[in-house]
Design a protein. Structure first.
Length: 317
């Protein structure tokens, strides 16, 4: 009998949500994603300190921003030596509302990968799903730089990404779940909001259904999971990026894992087509308290960790 992780692989591309190389070797994901928080955590471990030391030794006179980007690329290159697919590398969250600077930083990251012989097809540039981030991705995609739009909490954001023809989006599950659970307080009923009834799962399923019903090529990668019930309820999604702990839980279970999402079901239940432009995007996002608050919070968290990473690199210089 196969375990659930292998069963999931038959339905969905499994992606490791970690900066830990040994986890990737153990669970054999196809792709891997990183973010400032994961890299900050990893680089403080002795096992990965040599990557920072190497960057500082080879580029002592580089600017702090360049040294940080070189560190991100160093992690990315190590990851690509393990996984057969792609790695996602994130543009500084402090540029989330600056389209042109995001474009320039993304190009610098890709140039660093290519200088080490890594083709751009194996790299996804991660950008926050602000209007500015989405427009940066639109421009980058026309230049063959593939993008992963993160901190995505609503169909409104997803449709704007689809219109920008981005390669992949990462709609969050766990953070949506967190918001609704906190908002409900003592009235929260865990059993009634589990599995397919989970508000985070429902958000991703709605996006997946919309994209598949209309043949939108942008890939949907569910992200930010709190439990394996959320993962099971999204089996069949294009990709799922999963933390080491939850990968371990899946590998330890032999329960059946049927597809929860299918293209056929999406096409049979096509939702209303929704147009989008900047005014509609900003208006609809503003009307969605959860998406607005979680997007802002996510940018603040990633910014804080980017500042900490800067300080760590600066102190080591």
């Amino acid at each position: 009998m196969i375990h659930q992780l292998d069963a999931l692989r038959a339905l969905t591309t499994v992606v490791a949500d970690t900066g830990d190389f040994e986890t990737m070797r153990a669970y054999r994901p196809t792709d891997a994603t990183t973010n400032p928080s994961l890299i900050l955590k990893a680089v403080q471990q002795d096992a990965y300190r040599h990557l920072l030391d190497q960057v500082l030794r080879d580029h002592p006179s580089a600017s702090l921003a360049e040294q940080v980007d070189r560190l991100l690329v160093a992690f990315g290159r190590e990851i690509l030596a393990i996984v057969p697919g792609r790695v996602s590398t994130e543009v500084d969250a402090r540029l989330s509302f600056d389209t042109q600077s995001s474009i320039e930083r993304a190009k610098q990251i890709i140039a660093l990968y290519e200088s080490h012989g890594v083709p751009r097809e194996r790299v996804l540039i991660k950008l926050a799903s602000t209007w500015e981030g989405i427009q940066a991705a639109r421009a980058l995609e026309t230049q063959g730089i593939r993008c992963n739009l993160t901190l995505l909490f609503s169909l409104t954001q997803a449709i704007a990404c689809a219109q920008a023809r981005v390669t992949l989006i990462s709609p969050f599950v766990g953070r949506i779940y967190d918001w609704y659970k906190k908002a409900a307080g003592s009235d929260w009923d865990e059993a009634a909001n589990a599995g397919p009834s989970d508000p985070g799962v429902q958000s991703v399923a709605r996006i997946y259904g919309y994209f598949k019903a209309y043949g939108i090529p942008t890939q949907v990668m569910g992200a930010s999971f709190r439990n394996i019930g959320q993962i099971r309820a999204l089996a069949g999604c294009d990709l799922l990026t999963i933390s080491p702990a939850l990968l371990g839980e899946l590998a330890a279970s032999n329960d059946p894992l049927p597809a929860a999402l299918t293209v056929a079901a999406a096409k049979a239940n096509a939702p209303e087509w929704l147009a989008s432009n900047e005014v509609a995007f900003r208006t609809q996002l503003n009307q969605d308290a959860m998406a607005t608050e979680k997007l802002a919070e996510g940018i603040r968290i990633f910014t804080a960790d980017a500042v900490k990473l800067d300080a760590l690199v600066g102190q080591a210089t």
